[in-house]
Design a protein around this ligand. Structure first.
Ligand code: SF4
Ligand code: SF4
Length: 371
Protein backbone atom coordinates (compact mmCIF):
# COMPACT_ATOMS: atom_id res chain seq x y z
CA UNK A 1 0.00 0.00 0.00
CA UNK A 2 1.22 3.50 -0.84
CA UNK A 3 2.46 5.76 1.96
CA UNK A 4 2.90 9.40 1.00
CA UNK A 5 5.53 11.48 2.77
CA UNK A 6 6.24 15.15 2.04
CA UNK A 7 8.63 17.55 3.76
CA UNK A 8 6.93 20.75 4.91
CA UNK A 9 9.42 22.98 6.69
CA UNK A 10 6.89 25.11 8.59
CA UNK A 11 3.22 26.01 8.94
CA UNK A 12 2.99 28.05 5.75
CA UNK A 13 -0.23 28.04 3.69
CA UNK A 14 1.50 27.81 0.31
CA UNK A 15 3.84 24.98 1.33
CA UNK A 16 1.04 22.99 2.96
CA UNK A 17 -1.34 23.44 0.04
CA UNK A 18 1.39 22.23 -2.35
CA UNK A 19 1.94 19.09 -0.26
CA UNK A 20 -1.81 18.45 0.04
CA UNK A 21 -2.14 18.87 -3.74
CA UNK A 22 0.65 16.31 -4.24
CA UNK A 23 -1.03 13.90 -1.82
CA UNK A 24 -4.63 14.15 -3.05
CA UNK A 25 -3.59 14.15 -6.72
CA UNK A 26 -1.19 11.25 -6.13
CA UNK A 27 -3.97 9.28 -4.42
CA UNK A 28 -6.35 10.07 -7.29
CA UNK A 29 -8.94 10.90 -4.67
CA UNK A 30 -11.26 12.54 -7.22
CA UNK A 31 -11.99 9.11 -8.66
CA UNK A 32 -13.52 8.20 -5.27
CA UNK A 33 -15.73 11.27 -5.02
CA UNK A 34 -18.76 12.55 -6.88
CA UNK A 35 -19.72 16.22 -6.36
CA UNK A 36 -22.82 15.33 -4.32
CA UNK A 37 -21.00 13.16 -1.76
CA UNK A 38 -20.89 14.23 1.89
CA UNK A 39 -17.28 14.51 3.03
CA UNK A 40 -16.26 14.72 6.68
CA UNK A 41 -12.88 16.04 7.78
CA UNK A 42 -12.04 14.66 11.23
CA UNK A 43 -9.21 16.66 12.85
CA UNK A 44 -7.83 16.15 16.35
CA UNK A 45 -9.35 18.94 18.49
CA UNK A 46 -8.89 17.21 21.83
CA UNK A 47 -9.07 20.48 23.72
CA UNK A 48 -9.28 24.22 23.11
CA UNK A 49 -5.62 25.03 22.45
CA UNK A 50 -4.12 27.58 20.10
CA UNK A 51 -2.42 26.14 17.01
CA UNK A 52 1.07 27.27 18.07
CA UNK A 53 1.30 24.33 20.50
CA UNK A 54 1.21 20.84 18.95
CA UNK A 55 -1.95 19.58 20.67
CA UNK A 56 -4.46 19.79 17.82
CA UNK A 57 -4.35 19.37 14.06
CA UNK A 58 -3.10 22.66 12.65
CA UNK A 59 -5.88 24.71 10.99
CA UNK A 60 -3.72 25.28 7.91
CA UNK A 61 -3.73 21.52 7.25
CA UNK A 62 -7.52 21.30 7.68
CA UNK A 63 -8.02 24.38 5.53
CA UNK A 64 -5.71 23.14 2.75
CA UNK A 65 -7.64 19.84 2.46
CA UNK A 66 -11.01 21.66 2.50
CA UNK A 67 -9.82 24.23 -0.05
CA UNK A 68 -8.40 21.58 -2.40
CA UNK A 69 -11.68 19.66 -2.35
CA UNK A 70 -13.73 22.84 -2.79
CA UNK A 71 -11.63 23.95 -5.75
CA UNK A 72 -12.19 20.53 -7.31
CA UNK A 73 -15.98 20.92 -7.00
CA UNK A 74 -16.37 18.62 -3.97
CA UNK A 75 -18.23 21.10 -1.79
CA UNK A 76 -20.31 19.16 0.74
CA UNK A 77 -17.58 19.30 3.35
CA UNK A 78 -18.07 19.25 7.14
CA UNK A 79 -15.43 19.51 9.83
CA UNK A 80 -16.56 17.26 12.68
CA UNK A 81 -15.03 16.32 16.00
CA UNK A 82 -16.05 15.67 19.58
CA UNK A 83 -13.41 17.12 21.89
CA UNK A 84 -12.86 16.17 25.49
CA UNK A 85 -15.53 17.81 27.64
CA UNK A 86 -19.23 18.10 26.82
CA UNK A 87 -20.42 17.66 23.23
CA UNK A 88 -22.46 20.85 23.10
CA UNK A 89 -22.76 23.85 20.84
CA UNK A 90 -21.28 26.19 23.45
CA UNK A 91 -18.25 24.03 24.15
CA UNK A 92 -17.53 23.13 20.53
CA UNK A 93 -17.85 26.73 19.29
CA UNK A 94 -15.17 27.72 21.77
CA UNK A 95 -12.97 24.79 20.65
CA UNK A 96 -13.43 25.67 16.96
CA UNK A 97 -12.59 29.29 17.72
CA UNK A 98 -9.45 28.71 19.78
CA UNK A 99 -8.17 25.90 17.53
CA UNK A 100 -8.48 28.14 14.45
CA UNK A 101 -11.08 26.05 12.62
CA UNK A 102 -13.00 29.13 11.43
CA UNK A 103 -10.06 29.69 9.03
CA UNK A 104 -11.40 26.78 6.96
CA UNK A 105 -14.94 28.18 6.98
CA UNK A 106 -14.87 29.56 3.41
CA UNK A 107 -14.52 25.97 2.19
CA UNK A 108 -16.20 23.77 4.81
CA UNK A 109 -19.02 23.84 7.37
CA UNK A 110 -18.23 23.41 11.04
CA UNK A 111 -20.51 20.75 12.47
CA UNK A 112 -23.28 22.19 14.63
CA UNK A 113 -25.45 19.08 14.92
CA UNK A 114 -24.58 17.54 18.28
CA UNK A 115 -26.64 14.38 18.04
CA UNK A 116 -25.31 10.83 18.00
CA UNK A 117 -26.50 7.37 17.09
CA UNK A 118 -25.61 3.81 18.02
CA UNK A 119 -23.78 1.71 15.42
CA UNK A 120 -22.99 -2.01 15.54
CA UNK A 121 -19.37 -3.04 15.28
CA UNK A 122 -17.57 -5.95 13.61
CA UNK A 123 -17.51 -9.34 15.35
CA UNK A 124 -14.66 -10.44 17.56
CA UNK A 125 -14.08 -7.35 19.69
CA UNK A 126 -14.93 -6.07 23.14
CA UNK A 127 -17.63 -3.41 22.85
CA UNK A 128 -20.31 -4.52 20.36
CA UNK A 129 -21.60 -1.07 19.43
CA UNK A 130 -20.61 2.58 19.65
CA UNK A 131 -22.48 5.83 19.90
CA UNK A 132 -20.99 7.94 17.10
CA UNK A 133 -21.48 11.60 16.27
CA UNK A 134 -24.03 12.12 13.48
CA UNK A 135 -21.85 13.69 10.75
CA UNK A 136 -19.58 10.65 10.88
CA UNK A 137 -22.56 8.30 10.53
CA UNK A 138 -24.02 10.35 7.65
CA UNK A 139 -20.71 10.77 5.78
CA UNK A 140 -20.10 9.19 2.40
CA UNK A 141 -16.37 9.76 2.78
CA UNK A 142 -14.20 10.40 5.85
CA UNK A 143 -10.80 12.05 5.75
CA UNK A 144 -9.02 11.46 9.05
CA UNK A 145 -6.70 14.35 10.02
CA UNK A 146 -4.80 13.34 13.19
CA UNK A 147 -1.91 15.03 14.95
CA UNK A 148 1.20 12.96 15.70
CA UNK A 149 1.84 12.65 19.44
CA UNK A 150 3.01 10.48 22.25
CA UNK A 151 0.20 9.54 24.65
CA UNK A 152 0.23 8.95 28.40
CA UNK A 153 -2.08 5.94 28.22
CA UNK A 154 -1.64 4.39 24.78
CA UNK A 155 1.99 5.42 24.19
CA UNK A 156 1.27 6.67 20.67
CA UNK A 157 -1.48 8.77 19.09
CA UNK A 158 -2.03 8.99 15.34
CA UNK A 159 -4.74 7.81 12.95
CA UNK A 160 -6.35 5.03 15.00
CA UNK A 161 -6.44 6.99 18.25
CA UNK A 162 -7.83 10.12 16.54
CA UNK A 163 -11.06 8.27 15.83
CA UNK A 164 -11.84 8.18 19.56
CA UNK A 165 -13.11 11.71 18.89
CA UNK A 166 -16.04 10.19 16.93
CA UNK A 167 -17.51 9.15 20.31
CA UNK A 168 -19.57 12.02 21.76
CA UNK A 169 -18.18 14.11 24.60
CA UNK A 170 -18.26 12.62 28.05
CA UNK A 171 -19.09 9.15 26.74
CA UNK A 172 -15.35 8.82 26.10
CA UNK A 173 -14.45 8.68 29.83
CA UNK A 174 -17.17 6.05 30.21
CA UNK A 175 -15.33 3.86 27.71
CA UNK A 176 -12.14 4.40 29.70
CA UNK A 177 -14.02 3.17 32.75
CA UNK A 178 -15.41 0.11 30.98
CA UNK A 179 -11.98 -0.78 29.54
CA UNK A 180 -9.40 0.34 32.14
CA UNK A 181 -6.88 -2.30 31.07
CA UNK A 182 -4.65 -1.21 28.16
CA UNK A 183 -5.21 -4.49 26.25
CA UNK A 184 -9.00 -4.10 26.28
CA UNK A 185 -8.86 -0.35 25.72
CA UNK A 186 -6.62 -0.82 22.66
CA UNK A 187 -8.88 -3.58 21.38
CA UNK A 188 -11.80 -1.17 21.74
CA UNK A 189 -9.90 1.52 19.77
CA UNK A 190 -9.27 -0.93 16.92
CA UNK A 191 -12.93 -1.93 16.99
CA UNK A 192 -13.88 1.74 16.71
CA UNK A 193 -11.43 2.32 13.84
CA UNK A 194 -12.84 -0.66 11.93
CA UNK A 195 -16.35 0.72 12.51
CA UNK A 196 -15.64 4.31 11.40
CA UNK A 197 -13.40 3.19 8.48
CA UNK A 198 -11.96 6.50 7.22
CA UNK A 199 -11.06 6.32 3.53
CA UNK A 200 -7.81 8.25 3.89
CA UNK A 201 -5.68 9.58 6.73
CA UNK A 202 -3.42 12.63 6.50
CA UNK A 203 -1.18 12.92 9.54
CA UNK A 204 0.00 16.35 10.70
CA UNK A 205 3.59 15.79 11.79
CA UNK A 206 4.92 19.20 10.73
CA UNK A 207 5.10 19.84 14.44
CA UNK A 208 4.41 16.87 16.72
CA UNK A 209 4.25 16.29 20.47
CA UNK A 210 6.66 14.34 22.65
CA UNK A 211 6.59 13.58 26.38
CA UNK A 212 3.32 13.89 28.27
CA UNK A 213 0.98 13.83 25.28
CA UNK A 214 -1.70 14.14 24.18
CA UNK A 215 -1.94 17.64 25.69
CA UNK A 216 0.82 18.18 28.25
CA UNK A 217 3.93 17.41 26.21
CA UNK A 218 6.32 19.57 24.24
CA UNK A 219 7.11 20.29 20.59
CA UNK A 220 9.12 17.84 18.48
CA UNK A 221 8.85 18.94 14.83
CA UNK A 222 9.24 16.31 12.12
CA UNK A 223 8.44 18.77 9.28
CA UNK A 224 6.38 16.07 7.60
CA UNK A 225 2.91 15.40 6.25
CA UNK A 226 2.15 11.68 5.92
CA UNK A 227 -0.85 10.28 4.09
CA UNK A 228 -2.27 6.88 3.22
CA UNK A 229 -5.37 4.85 2.52
CA UNK A 230 -3.91 2.29 4.95
CA UNK A 231 -4.12 4.00 8.35
CA UNK A 232 -2.83 0.99 10.32
CA UNK A 233 0.43 0.63 8.39
CA UNK A 234 0.77 4.42 8.43
CA UNK A 235 0.54 4.43 12.25
CA UNK A 236 3.23 1.74 12.50
CA UNK A 237 5.44 3.70 10.09
CA UNK A 238 4.91 7.00 11.96
CA UNK A 239 5.67 5.33 15.31
CA UNK A 240 8.99 4.13 13.84
CA UNK A 241 9.79 7.67 12.71
CA UNK A 242 9.32 8.73 16.37
CA UNK A 243 11.81 6.08 17.51
CA UNK A 244 9.08 3.87 18.99
CA UNK A 245 8.80 0.14 18.39
CA UNK A 246 5.31 -0.62 17.06
CA UNK A 247 5.36 -3.92 18.96
CA UNK A 248 5.63 -1.91 22.25
CA UNK A 249 2.43 0.01 21.45
CA UNK A 250 -0.43 -2.31 22.37
CA UNK A 251 -2.91 -1.05 19.73
CA UNK A 252 -0.27 -1.46 17.00
CA UNK A 253 0.74 -4.91 18.22
CA UNK A 254 -2.91 -5.93 18.18
CA UNK A 255 -3.42 -4.41 14.72
CA UNK A 256 -0.45 -6.45 13.47
CA UNK A 257 -1.85 -9.63 15.06
CA UNK A 258 -5.16 -8.96 13.28
CA UNK A 259 -3.34 -8.70 9.92
CA UNK A 260 -3.96 -4.97 9.52
CA UNK A 261 -0.34 -3.77 9.30
CA UNK A 262 1.79 -4.44 6.20
CA UNK A 263 4.95 -2.38 6.57
CA UNK A 264 6.85 -4.95 4.47
CA UNK A 265 4.63 -4.12 1.46
CA UNK A 266 4.85 -0.37 1.92
CA UNK A 267 5.56 1.72 -1.19
CA UNK A 268 6.92 5.12 -0.18
CA UNK A 269 5.88 8.03 -2.43
CA UNK A 270 7.10 11.62 -2.30
CA UNK A 271 10.20 12.71 -0.42
CA UNK A 272 12.86 10.56 1.23
CA UNK A 273 12.64 9.68 4.91
CA UNK A 274 14.71 12.31 6.76
CA UNK A 275 18.04 11.02 8.02
CA UNK A 276 18.32 13.32 11.03
CA UNK A 277 15.35 12.10 13.09
CA UNK A 278 15.77 11.93 16.85
CA UNK A 279 13.75 9.69 19.21
CA UNK A 280 10.71 11.20 20.92
CA UNK A 281 10.64 11.57 24.69
CA UNK A 282 8.21 9.09 26.18
CA UNK A 283 5.42 10.08 28.60
CA UNK A 284 6.18 9.93 32.33
CA UNK A 285 3.71 7.04 32.51
CA UNK A 286 5.91 4.81 30.33
CA UNK A 287 6.74 1.73 32.36
CA UNK A 288 10.18 0.25 32.46
CA UNK A 289 9.67 -2.96 30.56
CA UNK A 290 11.78 -5.82 31.88
CA UNK A 291 9.49 -8.50 30.54
CA UNK A 292 11.69 -9.51 27.61
CA UNK A 293 14.42 -10.47 30.10
CA UNK A 294 12.12 -12.89 31.94
CA UNK A 295 11.80 -16.59 30.96
CA UNK A 296 8.54 -17.25 29.13
CA UNK A 297 7.08 -19.54 31.86
CA UNK A 298 7.41 -16.64 34.36
CA UNK A 299 6.04 -13.94 32.06
CA UNK A 300 2.40 -14.07 33.22
CA UNK A 301 2.95 -13.84 37.01
CA UNK A 302 5.83 -11.40 36.46
CA UNK A 303 3.72 -9.09 34.37
CA UNK A 304 0.84 -9.15 36.90
CA UNK A 305 3.20 -8.18 39.74
CA UNK A 306 5.05 -5.58 37.69
CA UNK A 307 1.81 -3.99 36.53
CA UNK A 308 0.92 -3.35 40.18
CA UNK A 309 4.39 -2.17 41.13
CA UNK A 310 4.82 0.10 38.11
CA UNK A 311 1.30 1.48 38.07
CA UNK A 312 1.19 5.26 37.70
CA UNK A 313 -1.20 7.69 39.34
CA UNK A 314 -1.94 11.37 38.77
CA UNK A 315 -0.34 13.79 41.18
CA UNK A 316 -1.42 17.41 41.52
CA UNK A 317 1.07 20.25 41.30
CA UNK A 318 -1.04 22.59 43.46
CA UNK A 319 0.72 25.83 42.55
CA UNK A 320 -0.40 25.37 38.91
CA UNK A 321 -4.02 24.35 39.65
CA UNK A 322 -6.69 27.02 39.10
CA UNK A 323 -9.61 24.87 40.30
CA UNK A 324 -11.37 24.88 36.91
CA UNK A 325 -12.80 21.38 37.46
CA UNK A 326 -12.08 20.06 33.95
CA UNK A 327 -10.21 17.11 35.44
CA UNK A 328 -13.18 16.20 37.68
CA UNK A 329 -15.58 16.51 34.75
CA UNK A 330 -13.55 14.04 32.68
CA UNK A 331 -12.69 11.51 35.42
CA UNK A 332 -14.59 8.30 34.64
CA UNK A 333 -14.10 7.03 38.21
CA UNK A 334 -15.46 10.24 39.78
CA UNK A 335 -12.64 10.39 42.31
CA UNK A 336 -11.64 14.03 41.87
CA UNK A 337 -13.23 16.79 43.91
CA UNK A 338 -12.56 20.52 43.89
CA UNK A 339 -12.04 22.09 47.29
CA UNK A 340 -10.75 25.59 48.04
CA UNK A 341 -10.18 26.07 44.28
CA UNK A 342 -7.81 23.09 44.09
CA UNK A 343 -8.33 19.58 42.71
CA UNK A 344 -8.16 16.68 45.16
CA UNK A 345 -7.46 13.14 43.97
CA UNK A 346 -8.61 10.05 45.84
CA UNK A 347 -6.39 7.20 44.75
CA UNK A 348 -8.87 4.45 45.59
CA UNK A 349 -10.75 3.65 42.40
CA UNK A 350 -8.27 5.39 40.08
CA UNK A 351 -7.92 3.42 36.83
CA UNK A 352 -4.83 5.36 35.66
CA UNK A 353 -6.49 6.46 32.42
CA UNK A 354 -5.01 9.99 32.66
CA UNK A 355 -8.12 11.63 31.20
CA UNK A 356 -7.60 14.20 33.98
CA UNK A 357 -4.08 15.02 32.80
CA UNK A 358 -5.30 15.13 29.21
CA UNK A 359 -8.00 17.72 29.98
CA UNK A 360 -6.02 19.92 32.40
CA UNK A 361 -5.39 23.28 30.69
CA UNK A 362 -2.65 24.23 33.20
CA UNK A 363 -0.38 21.13 33.01
CA UNK A 364 -1.03 20.85 36.75
CA UNK A 365 -1.18 17.05 36.84
CA UNK A 366 2.04 15.09 36.99
CA UNK A 367 2.62 11.35 37.19
CA UNK A 368 3.56 9.43 40.30
CA UNK A 369 4.60 5.79 40.35
CA UNK A 370 2.89 3.50 42.85
CA UNK A 371 6.25 2.97 44.59
S1 SF4 B 1 -5.86 20.05 38.07
FE1 SF4 B 1 -6.05 21.14 36.13
S2 SF4 B 1 -8.06 20.56 35.34
FE2 SF4 B 1 -8.04 20.03 37.53
S3 SF4 B 1 -8.90 21.80 38.55
FE3 SF4 B 1 -6.67 22.07 38.55
S4 SF4 B 1 -6.25 23.29 36.72
FE4 SF4 B 1 -8.34 22.49 36.46
S1 SF4 C 1 -8.01 10.40 38.64
FE1 SF4 C 1 -7.31 10.71 36.53
S2 SF4 C 1 -6.20 8.83 36.06
FE2 SF4 C 1 -7.47 8.37 37.87
S3 SF4 C 1 -9.39 7.57 37.03
FE3 SF4 C 1 -9.69 9.77 37.28
S4 SF4 C 1 -9.15 10.63 35.27
FE4 SF4 C 1 -8.33 8.55 35.32
Amino acid sequence: MQQFLYHVSEYDETLIYQAIDNILTGMNILSDLTPDMKIVLKPNLVMAKKPDVPVTTHPMVVKAVARWLYEHDRRHITIAESSGGPYTSEHMKSVYQICGMYDAAPYADLNMNFGFQSVHTPEGFVNGSFNLILPVIDADYIINLPKLKTHAMTGYSGGIKNLFGCVPGLQKPQLHYRFPDIENFSNMLLELALTVRPQITILDAIDAMEGNGPTGGTSHPLHLLLASRDMYTQDAFAAQLMGLHPSDIVMLRQAKERGLIHTEQMELIGDAVPQDLTPFLKPDTADLDFSSKVPSFLQKPFSAVMKRVLKSYPKLEPEKCIGCGKCAESCPAHIITIKDKKARFHRKGCISCFCCQEMCPMKAIAVKKAI
